[in-house]
Design a protein around this ligand. Structure first.
Ligand SMILES: [Zn+2]
Length: 83
C-alpha cells in the first residue's frame, strides 16, 4: 500500500440496490439481494464493489457479480447515502 493509499479517508458510501438481481445465498440457497457499494475517498477517487446479501436471516454476505438471469444490465434503484 502506498502512502497515498494509506492516507485516504473515506468520505462517503453509497449503496445502490440491484433490483433485478437473481442470485442465491451461497450458504443456504435462499434468494439473495445485491447492491453496488460505491465508496468515495478524500482524494476524489472511488471504489465500487458488488455485494450480495442473503434475504433470509442466515446473515450471509458475499461478493456478487452484477449480472442478471435474463442477461439484461443490472437495474439500479433506491439510492441512499449512508455517510
Ligand atoms: Zn442464506
Amino acid at each position: 500500500m502506498s502512502i497515498e493509499e494509506a492516507r485516504r479517508i473515506t468520505t462517503g458510501t453509497q449503496v445502490n440496490e440491484i433490483i433485478n438481481y437473481f442470485g442465491k445465498c451461497l450458504r443456504c440457497g435462499y434468494p439473495a439481494t445485491a447492491s453496488i457499494h460505491v465508496t468515495t475517498y478524500s482524494d476524489g477517487t472511488e471504489s465500487t464493489r458488488a455485494l450480495a446479501t442473503c434475504a433470509s436471516p442466515c446473515g450471509w454476505t458475499g461478493p456478487a457479480s452484477p449480472t442478471t438471469m435474463s442477461g439484461q444490465p443490472p437495474v439500479i434503484g433506491r439510492r441512499r447515502d449512508t455517510a
